[in-house]
Write a protein that binds this ligand. Structure first.
Ligand SMILES: [Zn+2]
Length: 263
C-alpha cells in the first residue's frame, strides 16, 4: 500500500515535469526557430499558427486534468470503508478504492497520473484529458522532428529514419557532433511518441467501454450490464453539451444521469 501511495504522488509530479519541459521547449526552442521564416505574412506565420494550436491542445489537456482531480466520483456517504460492502442494498458498481480510502459510485479505475479515482462524474474529463494529452504529445513530436531536421540537416523522408535517429545521434553526441540540448530534444521525441501512443490507446479503450455502457471495474469483476443503445451510453458520459466540452474544458453535465442510473 505504501508503494501505491508513493506512486500516487510520483506519477502526477512526473506528468507535471513532462508538461513543464514540453512548454519550455516549445516556447524557447521550437517557436523561435519558426520565427526565422520571413516569407510568410504575420497573421499566417508558422510560429503564430503553431503557437495557437499548441496552446489549444495544452489548455484542453491541462484544463481537463484539473477537472478530473476536482470532480471525484461521488462518495457513498453512508459507507466509510470495505465493511460497508455488506450494506443492505449497495448500488451497483460501487467500489472501495484502497489508495483514496473511500467508496465511490460508478467506479471505473484509479488513475495514478491524476492521483484520483475515475468514475461517473469525471469520466468525460478523463477521456478528453487522454485525447488532448495524446494530441499535444504527438504534435510536439512533429514540431521536434521539424526542429531536429533543420538543425542537424537530417531527412525524415525514409520511414526508418526516426527509428535509427537515436542510435546514430548517441554516437554523434559522444563524438561531439551533436550538442547536449539537441540530444535532449531527440530523447524527448521518443518520450512524446510513447506517451502519445499510450494515451491514444487508453482513450480508444475507454471510449469502447463507454459505448458498451461498461466500466473497467465491471469488466474486471465480470459484472453483466443492461443492453442499451450506444447513443444513450455516450450521452450519459458526455452530456448534451458534448461539442462545447470538446473545445473548452468544462464540468461534466452528464453526471446527474449517472447518479440516477445507479439509484
Ligand atoms: Zn482512488
Amino acid at each position: 500500500m505504501l508503494a501505491l501511495r508513493l506512486l500516487n504522488v510520483v506519477a502526477p509530479a512526473y506528468f507535471l515535469c513532462i508538461s513543464l519541459v514540453t512548454f519550455v521547449l516549445q516556447l524557447f526552442l521550437f517557436l523561435p526557430s519558426m520565427r526565422q521564416d520571413p516569407s510568410a505574412a504575420w497573421l499566417f506565420s508558422p510560429a503564430l499558427l503553431h503557437g495557437a494550436l499548441f496552446l489549444f491542445l495544452s489548455t484542453n489537456a491541462l484544463g481537463n486534468y484539473v477537472l478530473v482531480i476536482q470532480n471525484s466520483p461521488d462518495d457513498l456517504d453512508a459507507c466509510q470503508g470495505p465493511s460497508t460492502r455488506r450494506a443492505p442494498c449497495p448500488p451497483p458498481s460501487t467500489h472501495f478504492c484502497r489508495v483514496c480510502a473511500r467508496v465511490t459510485l460508478r467506479h471505473d479505475h484509479h488513475c495514478f497520473f491524476t492521483g484520483n479515482c475515475i468514475g461517473g462524474r469525471n469520466m468525460r474529463n478523463f477521456v478528453l484529458f487522454c485525447l488532448y494529452t495524446s494530441l499535444a504529445c504527438l504534435y510536439s513530436m512533429v514540431a521536434g522532428v521539424a526542429y531536429i531536421s533543420a538543425v542537424l540537416s537530417i531527412s525524415f523522408a525514409h520511414p526508418l529514419a526516426f527509428l535509427t535517429l537515436l542510435p546514430t545521434s548517441i554516437s554523434q553526441f559522444f563524438s561531439g557532433a551533436v550538442l547536449g540540448s539537441e540530444m535532449f530534444v531527440i530523447l524527448m521525441l521518443y518520450l512524446w511518441f510513447a506517451i502519445g501512443l499510450a494515451c491514444a490507446g487508453f482513450c480508444c479503450h475507454q471510449l469502447l467501454l463507454i459505448l458498451r455502457g461498461q466500466t473497467r471495474h465491471q469488466v474486471r469483476k465480470g459484472v453483466a450490464v443492461r443492453a442499451r443503445p450506444w447513443r444513450k451510453n455516450l450521452q450519459e458520459v458526455f452530456g448534451k453539451r458534448w461539442l462545447l466540452g470538446l473545445l473548452v474544458p468544462m464540468f461534466n453535465v452528464g453526471g446527474e444521469s449517472s447518479k440516477q442510473r445507479d439509484k
